[in-house]
Design a protein around this ligand. Structure first.
Ligand code: ZN
Length: 122
């Protein structure tokens, strides 16, 4: 399952970031997923819960920011939504070539965590 290895990788990235700043507990992570990245957000969240469960970060949430791809016609400048399942890169208005921008993101863009010192001070 593609999403499981991805969730593991995201978690490893978060964990490394926190560990570099001192001990702490991950609260939430936010990732940007482009529609062309071939990732199912729901499956990713599901896989994430499996990855963090049982560990110290079991309560950590994964927030997915969905980034659709943008299609622009090079000839008439028309911007259109890509119909689901339609990979034809031809403008429906003029038949010209279509340029696709964005939509391939796969990034951890933010994370929040609670340092262990704060936790014991309460
Ligand atoms: Zn066009």
């Amino acid at each position: 399952m593609h999403e499981l290895s991805l969730a593991t990788e995201i978690y490893r990235t978060c964990r490394a970031t926190i560990d570099a700043r001192g001990p702490g507990r991950l609260d939430s992570a936010r990732v940007a997923i482009g529609e062309l990245a071939a990732v199912e957000p729901e499956l990713l969240v599901y896989a994430w819960e499996a990855v963090v469960s049982g560990g110290r970060d079991a309560a950590a949430r994964l927030e997915v920011e969905w980034h659709p791809a943008r299609q622009t016609c090079a000839t008439c400048g028309e911007v259109m939504e890509r119909a689901p399942g339609n990979w034809l890169r031809i403008c429906p208005t003029c038949g010209g070539p279509v340029q696709v921008a964005g939509g391939d993101e796969l990034d951890v863009i933010d994370l929040s965590y609670t340092p262990d010192e704060e936790e014991t001070a309460k």
